[in-house]
Design a protein around this ligand. Structure first.
Ligand SMILES: NC(=O)c1ccc[n+]([C@@H]2O[C@H](COP(=O)([O-])OP(=O)(O)OC[C@H]3O[C@@H](n4cnc5c(N)ncnc54)[C@H](OP(=O)(O)O)[C@@H]3O)[C@@H](O)[C@H]2O)c1
Length: 331
């Protein structure tokens, strides 16, 4: 923890004042949080816990660190920073090409493996029974782990234009069968899916022995995928939010700016609190330790019901342009 003098000095030297002011605010909140925690054992303001229980009894931290595009320059450092500021839930994928960095950062943290919750994903170009088995072992080897906490089918069908694009029902069924076997063999603590809409889930459930524990979806203010979320809730499938900040595309949204002003906080903090209060597990990503810390404090901001409703009703905004059944649209 920096002294007040050091923080003031940092602020004076800063070329990017706005970000640093936010970082200092996060430091202040963290120091308040530490004081609070000495008085009451539970973390968070209103949620009372920082984990939820999946449908198979496994606990998952409600805030995970998203690692997509952290490898462009220095993935290992970014992931190590995230662990240093307190993240124990790390979200990676074969596609992100940073599983080695995630594994190395875990090992070199000196923190016991069991304290981490590690997710990786089966890439859409590798769907199918044999592929899934092989890809899982490759991911596990790259991570340098003996087991994975959560393994997801990344997308329900191959990429648009792939020759196997229309064979998605059989590919999903066979991938899932392989994952069920790995789960039953104790190599994965929970299995799930990502970007599965209701019709993909319905087809998967026709043959599944294990109901997916999780569905990871693009979810943020302005993109709520309500039908799929409701289907997941009805079937005991926990919902994870990818791009919970809308990958910074919501920074200028008038409603979110108004709410950030009202609660004296930032637009990302409003987005993340909205995600948690909606019952999602959130996976924010940042390359800046100050922002990582701010994001970890998301459960300390409680939005009023009326403000939650305003966000629920806002028009579509911040969409990535990605849809499981369509060609990606450049936004
Ligand atoms: N299953 C899937 O198909 C899928 C798809 C996409 C993503 N994901 C997962 O979801 C994770 C998160 O999604 P995402 O990376 O797309 O987007 P995101 O977390 O919504 O947003 C990341 C962007 O917001 C900025 N940011 C983060 N915290 C901030 C803060 N407190 N103040 C200001 N700016 C902030 C980051 O900038 P800086 O880095 O410069 O701080 C970055 O530009 C991914 O990393 C990945 O693990 C999954």
């Amino acid at each position: 923890m920096k002294t007040v003098e050091e923080l003031v000095d940092q602020m004076k030297r800063s070329e990017d004042l706005q970000d640093d002011v936010r970082g200092i605010f996060a430091e202040f909140l963290l120091s308040q949080a530490e004081e609070d925690d000495e008085e009451k054992p539970e973390q968070g303001t209103g949620m009372g816990t920082n984990s939820i229980r999946l449908n198979n009894g496994v606990d998952i931290p409600i805030i995970g660190f998203g690692t997509y595009k952290t490898t462009v320059k220095d993935g290992y450092k970014v992931i190590s920073d995230a662990i240093s500021v307190g993240y124990r839930h790390l979200d990676t994928a074969a596609l992100y090409e940073n599983e080695e960095d995630v594994g190395k950062a875990i090992r070199e943290s000196g923190i016991p493996r069991e304290e981490f919750f590690v997710t990786s994903k089966l890439a859409r170009y590798a769907l199918g029974y044999e592929n899934a088995k092989r890809e899982f072992e490759t991911s596990l080897q790259k991570l340098g782990l003996e087991y994975m906490d959560l393994y997801l089918i990344h997308w329900p069908r191959p990429d648009y234009g792939d020759p196997n694009y229309d064979d998605w029902v059989a590919l999903d069924r066979e991938s899932w069968r392989a994952m069920e076997e790995l789960y039953e063999a104790g190599k994965i603590r929970a299995i799930g899916v990502s970007n599965f809409l209701t019709h993909h889930l319905e087809k998967l459930l026709e043959n599944a022995k294990v109901v997916p524990a999780v569905n990871q979806l693009e979810l943020h203010p302005g993109y709520l995928q309500e039908d799929t979320v409701s289907f997941c809730r009805d079937h005991g499938i926990a919902v994870e939010a990818w791009s919970p900040n809308g990958r910074a595309r919501l920074a200028d949204n008038p409603l979110l700016l108004e709410l950030a002003e009202k609660y004296q906080t930032s637009v990302p903090a409003v987005c993340l609190s909205f995600g948690l209060q909606s019952g999602y597990i959130i996976l924010p990503k940042s390359t800046h330790p100050d922002r990582m810390k701010e994001n970890l404090l998301a459960d300390r901001l409680i939005l009023e019901d009326a403000d939650m409703q305003k966000i629920q009703k806002m028009p579509q905004a911040g969409w990535s342009g990605e849809h499981p059944d369509q060609e990606t649209v450049q936004i």
